[in-house]
Design a binder for this molecule. Structure first.
Ligand SMILES: Cc1cc2nc3c(=O)[nH]c(=O)nc-3n(C[C@H](O)[C@H](O)[C@H](O)COP(=O)(O)OP(=O)(O)OC[C@H]3O[C@@H](n4cnc5c(N)ncnc54)[C@H](O)[C@@H]3O)c2cc1C
Length: 392
């Protein structure tokens, strides 16, 4: 079993910008991960299984709905704390962060922001403790980057809604207790519905054969004439803006999470380069190695500064969708670049499961695609600065 020797790089003294509470939350998460998750993550990754035994611990560190108010069972933290938690989780594994992101921003957030008081009280406390695990159904087999084209639909049958359709690539689906599902009504308007496991006609087959994000469960959500009680419709927001609002919150978390993956790759590469001797010297003494390491820490530091500022804006309620897009896109691409350089620094050892590098690199190939692809986020920036949408 590999010992987790991670030491966080902080080249521009970012810690000075954090409060004592921020540091406590981050350090508790880091300690829990080193003790409980790092020792088992490679094994679960290879088995392509989410380690369900970490769910209570994940809840205890505030990993489910960090910014959900205490009256609904959440820890009521600020957005920087939420970001730091995502950084620590993804430092371990993007799949671990994905489970937390989906539960927090794609399930708890819409119930909190678009649901009524009964829905909040019924679901949020159980989601906060991990007693319930949720999934978020937006993507369909024929509608990924263009979710507005969705065909999943529901009809008003008087005393209930009748839901039909299928969602694909859904994180947590194989073992979710509830799913927040986006579907069109008879007028073609998108609404969110809470679908519960056990409803007749609702199935969640697992997707196999993933070579990325293997420690996170992915599957489908299939609705075959599912009778959904009318009280399960989220009443306070409809239209495509409703699911996109959830994605803003999740993408913000990804921007922080990707930094965590990059920090882990850099930390491992720095240590390895000082220990590995070739031509009678540590490989860290060669200029080409130093170039790689210097560029890695420069990119990580730039991403840390960008993301901290985004966190301040988010705390003030001022962060825009386009700013979040820029940070998600930049940080995930940065992390992929760092992972690839770190892999080379480790030489042949870099392709083994002795190190976390290949796992991070493979995971980041999902992260660069989900929650809006790298190119779609570029087009969001393009639209924001020119005023012209180039999607269609
Ligand atoms: C592991 C994993 C977990 C996921 N979890 C969830 C989840 O929990 N819930 C959920 O709803 N979804 C989830 N997704 C789905 C994810 O959000 C989609 O995969 C993503 O939105 C891209 O859709 P797509 O795969 O259909 O690609 P497509 O939309 O088919 O895109 C294919 C390529 O075409 C490009 N492209 C598309 N349109 C344009 C355009 N207008 N201009 C230029 N280029 C374009 C894209 O950038 C991409 O490179 C998950 C995906 C993965 C891989």
């Amino acid at each position: 079993m590999r010992t987790d020797q991670f030491q966080a790089p902080d080249y521009f003294n970012m810690d000075d910008l954090l409060t004592d509470e921020h540091k406590l939350i981050r350090d508790s998460a880091r300690e829990w991960i080193k003790k409980e998750v790092s020792p088992i993550i490679e094994d679960y990754y290879e088995r392509a299984e989410f380690p369900k035994q970490v769910i209570p611990g994940l809840a205890a560190i505030g990993g489910f709905g960090p910014y959900i108010p205490e009256q609904y069972g959440g820890p009521g933290l600020d957005q920087i704390s939420y970001g730091l938690l995502m950084q620590e989780l993804e430092r371990c594994d993007s799949g671990l962060r994905s489970t937390s992101s989906v539960q927090s921003s794609l399930v708890m957030y819409p119930i909190y922001a678009y649901g009524n008081e009964e829905q909040r009280m019924k679901y949020l406390p159980k989601l906060a403790t991990g007693e319930f695990i949720g999934s978020f159904g937006l993507t369909e087999p024929d509608h990924g980057s263009n979710p507005g084209g969705m065909t999943t639909n529901f009809k008003d049958m008087g005393d209930h809604y009748l839901l039909n359709g299928a969602k694909m690539w859904i994180s947590n689906s194989p073992f979710c207790d509830i799913a927040v599902v986006w579907a069109k009504n008879e007028e073609g308007r998108i609404h969110g519905l809470i679908v519960e496991r056990g409803m007749e006609g609702f199935t969640t087959p697992e997707t196999h054969g993933k070579l990325s994000l293997r420690a996170s469960a992915t599957g489908e959500l299939i609705f075959d004439n599912v009778k959904v009680p009318k009280e399960n419709l989220l009443p306070n927001k409809s239209g495509l803006g409703a699911p996109l609002g959830c994605l803003d919150s999740a993408r913000y978390g990804i921007a922080w999470g990707a930094i965590g993956a990059a920090m882990d790759c850099y930390d491992s590469a720095l240590r390895y380069s000082k220990e590995r001797i070739q031509f009678g010297k540590p490989i860290a003494s060669f200029q080409l190695m130093q170039k790689k390491l210097a560029e890695m820490i420069t990119e990580i530091t730039k991403a840390q500064l960008l993301t901290f500022r985004l966190g301040q804006l988010k705390n003030e309620g001022k962060a825009t969708t386009a700013q979040i897009s820029m940070a998600k896109r930049n940080n995930v691409a940065m992390a992929l670049g760092v992972a690839r350089e770190a892999r080379q620094i480790h030489g042949a050892m870099g392709i083994t499961n002795e190190y976390s590098i290949m796992r991070h690199m493979a995971n980041l190939e999902s992260v660069v695609t989900y929650e809006g692809t790298h190119d779609i986020h570029l087009l969001i920036t393009g639209m924001d600065i020119t005023g012209i949408p180039a999607f269609k």
